[in-house]
Design a protein around this ligand. Structure first.
Ligand SMILES: O=P(O)(O)OC[C@H]1O[C@H](O[C@H]2O[C@H](CO)[C@@H](O)[C@H](O)[C@H]2O)[C@H](O)[C@@H](O)[C@@H]1O
Length: 368
């Protein structure tokens, strides 16, 4: 076996580098000549496939750790890192006036993620309730601006938490979109009134099947939880001992091997299994803007608020369109395409409340 044998052109570059580094450090190979040294007798040859698989799992576990970091005590360097991050992603509350100025003359359209944005993160996904105060604020928001919930959750489930008929809902990472069921000034006469958009319909039987297989496969891992989100499946590891994460990653990956039409992404202590179709929260945002009659419109100002990696598709979409802005909900510095930040759902509520108050005040001024 030579170092060359281990280089894989079709794998991702980071993985290639990891393989290369791991092999160079394994003491079986010289770094420069690429010639194998004599193997110690006790050396058990590892197949290329196994090396790759282990590296892939290690990379996956690293990514699991990064997906919802629990941060150690703050240190001066961490504080410095935070201040520099805040400079680039200032608080949307502190920058409220500037945000309003940027939206002048444009229709604000609100997009809200659910978990970690409208409701605090909790251990049990079935108990991620939003507060009554938050519900009241979101209701007022929807009376002031077209408002959509964009979530990885199954649409019915998120509706059972939010319980507001005047909103648009994009469930299953945007693969299940509906318009408001009560009429409001923002849906009269638009085609949004009758929206039901499900671009991954043909995957329903496969998702049901993979859900059942995953439940069976992961039941030996204490704390693992599988959630059927209709057009996608979540495998939660928030309550799984970190020592068992690689076991769980193995289980999930071994199941997915049999389903090449499904792909794996990660959220906050959760694996997301979804169809390989080119659809995500960013596409859902674009679809909703179009449904609202804002396709190719310069006078629209979409604001997307979210906390998850999957929200980055929407932040990026806004960047690419050069319209509106993204607000990341996070207490910690993170790579993001969002322009602003808020620390937690409580701050999201305050921001939404200020938007409502600003809108009410500007309507009063106009009617004078
Ligand atoms: O797009 P979102 O609305 O943010 O949904 C993403 C996932 O959210 C839920 O999981 C997350 O919240 C749980 C409750 O606080 C928490 O226990 C879990 O660790 C988080 O990942 C939901 O259960 C998933 O199905 C969504 O995909």
């Amino acid at each position: 076996m030579t170092k060359q044998n281990l280089m894989v052109s079709d794998a991702n570059p980071a993985l290639n580098m990891a393989i290369s580094a791991s092999v160079s450090n394994s003491s079986i190979f010289t770094a420069t000549a690429h010639k194998p040294l004599p193997m110690p007798s006790a050396y058990i040859p590892i197949t290329r496939r196994k090396v790759l698989k282990n590296l892939e799992i290690n990379a996956c576990v690293d990514s699991m750790r990064a997906s919802s970091p629990t941060h150690p005590k703050s240190t001066p360097s961490r504080a410095e890192e935070h201040s520099s991050w805040i400079l680039h992603h200032p608080s949307a509350l502190d920058m409220f006036e500037q945000i309003i100025d940027a939206s002048k003359g444009k229709q604000i359209v609100m997009f809200l993620d659910y978990d970690g944005t409208l409701s605090p993160i909790v251990n049990d996904p079935d108990r991620a309730f939003m507060s009554d105060q938050m519900r009241k604020t979101v209701r007022k928001l929807a009376m002031s601006f077209p408002t959509a919930i964009v979530t990885g959750r199954c649409r019915d489930k998120v509706y059972s938490f939010v319980r507001l008929a005047e909103l648009y809902y994009a469930g299953s990472h945007g693969m299940d979109i509906t318009g408001p069921t009560t009429s409001s000034k923002y849906n009269k006469g638009s085609k949004a009134e009758a929206i039901l958009f499900q671009p991954a319909n043909e995957f329903l039987p496969m998702i049901d099947e993979v859900y059942r297989v995953l439940v069976e496969k992961t039941k030996s891992t204490p704390g693992a939880m599988v959630e059927n989100n209709k057009f996608c499946v979540s495998v939660h590891y928030r309550c799984v001992d970190e020592k068992k994460w690689s076991e769980l990653a193995h289980q999930v990956k071994s199941v997915l091997k049999e389903y090449p039409k499904l792909r794996l992404t990660q959220g906050r202590k959760v694996f997301e299994i979804r169809p390989t179709i080119k659809w995500d929260k960013g596409k859902a945002l674009e679809f909703l803007l179009e449904s609202l009659g804002f396709a190719n419109c310069a006078d629209v100002f979409p604001v997307y608020i979210g906390d998850d990696r999957t929200d980055e598709d929407a932040f990026k979409k806004l960047r690419d369109r050069g319209q509106g802005l993204g607000i990341l909900v996070s207490k910690f510095p993170r790579d993001t395409c969002a322009s602003y930040s808020l620390q937690e759902p409580e701050e999201v509520k305050d921001f939404l409340q200020r938007l409502v108050e600003w809108k009410q005040a500007s309507q009063r001024t106009c009617s004078k």
